[in-house]
Ligand binder design. Structure first.
Ligand code: 1CP
Length: 346
């Protein structure tokens, strides 16, 4: 019988002596080897859709830091592309997404093209699986429907996504339709990743914290619950991490109602509080070192890492950052924190 990988075991609720770890945005611009591959592409989406290159950058951080998880290299905004909306990444500007805020545009989104347009991502998953260290787990991912809708309604990055929040208030039926379409597309896309070899899934709802409690239940918790139910039905052994950034006091209902295996925790939330939000002894928590500490204060990052690990007690958990790495993150800091977590024992 093959032994379960340490990250999978933790996500399924088994608290081992060592706490497994990986980092959100562990691939990317803080790594010179990433920048080299990126410079050889025609643009960011070209990198996402060139399986050999995407597989290479997925594996790069593991060669340096030996994380327990590799996160598929792609982006949450490939879903609108799969549905037929235009998506581009302008150099130095971030994403530009075709605005879909009319009935015509929302009805025109085409679920039948998701698998074909996103087929290169499945190929990346297969390639990564061929070269993944045998103890490491390949994590697939998608954005939460609300967070993807934020970009589809606003057209670009933002801090407030007022256009998306206003649309949800003024056009609740169209909003529901958009969220439903994104939910279906996400289920299909994640099933494709799992069939290609993804061993765990994370749902990134990075802008969940912008919503009121009622809206959060409608646009974050309900669609996530649908995704979890659908995946549990088709792929019952694949653990799911739900990362609803900024969930704050909605974390408990989110954990309860979505039924995610693992609750992603941002750095604004204490691990003690997240542990208190678990609904059954097998539910796991993941987090939550401040990515800015990781970037700017190595000693404090190490102290905080130890405090987080200690706060877990004997609970099943995964160590991570509370949100993605920023490009200024020094490699030495990631090395130091990785070594610390790898050596630490309960
Ligand atoms: O030119 C470049 O190299 C672009 C930088 C970059 C990278 C490295 C973008 C553009 N996306 C990514 C990869 C990425 N994005 C991953 C890969 C794996 C890893 O974690 O190492 C993942 C999981 C994402 C997810 C993603 N994309 C999120 C959710 C997580 C988060 O950070 O909140 C979001 C919101 C995006 C949108 C996005 N992609 C890229 C940009 C610049 C943005 C906009 C971010 C914003 O609005 O602030």
């Amino acid at each position: 019988m093959s032994k379960e990988k340490i990250l999978i075991a933790a996500l399924k609720g088994i608290a081992g002596e060592r706490v497994p770890f990986w980092f959100m945005r562990q691939a990317g611009r803080y790594l010179p080897e990433y920048k080299r591959v990126r410079a050889s592409t025609k643009g960011f989406l070209d990198l996402c859709f060139t399986p050999e290159k995407a597989a290479e950058v997925t594996l790069q951080p593991l060669r340096r830091f030996h994380m327990d998880g590799a996160i598929l290299f792609s982006d949450i905004l490939v879903i609108p592309h799969g549905l037929g909306a235009n998506v581009a990444f302008a150099e130095g500007e971030g994403p530009i997404v075709e605005v879909c805020d009319t009935r015509e545009k929302i009805m025109a989104l085409d679920l039948s093209t998701v698998r074909t347009k996103l087929a290169p991502v499945a190929e990346t998953v297969r390639l990564v699986k061929e070269s993944l260290p045998e103890e490491a787990t390949l994590i697939g991912f998608a954005g939460g429907p609300w967070t993807v809708a934020c970009y589809m309604l606003q057209g670009r990055s933002g801090k407030e996504f007022a256009a998306a929040r206003a649309f949800a208030i003024r056009e609740p039926r169209l909003m529901q339709r958009l969220i439903d379409t994104l939910t279906e597309a996400t289920i299909d896309y994640l099933r494709m990743q799992i069939d290609a070899g993804a061993e765990a899934i994370q749902i990134f709802d990075s802008w969940a914290g912008l919503l009121t409690p009622d809206q959060f239940a409608l646009w974050v918790t309900a669609p996530t619950q649908k995704i979890v139910e659908a995946l549990n039905k088709s792929h019952p052994h694949i653990p799911i991490i739900g990362f609803a950034k900024g969930a704050a006091l909605q974390l408990k209902p989110y954990a309860q109602q979505t039924g995610v295996n693992c609750i992603g925790v941002d750095q604004q939330t204490s691990m003690e509080f997240a542990l208190h939000c678990r609904t059954n002894p097998l539910q796991t928590v993941q987090g939550n070192l401040d990515p800015l500490l990781m970037a700017f204060d190595r000693d404090e990052a190490l102290r905080q890492t130890e405090a987080i690990l200690k706060s877990l007690g004997n609970m099943p958990a995964v160590f991570n950052v509370g949100h993605g790495f920023i490009p200024e993150t020094p490699i030495e800091n990631v090395e130091a924190v990785s070594e610390f977590v790898r050596a630490w024992r309960r």
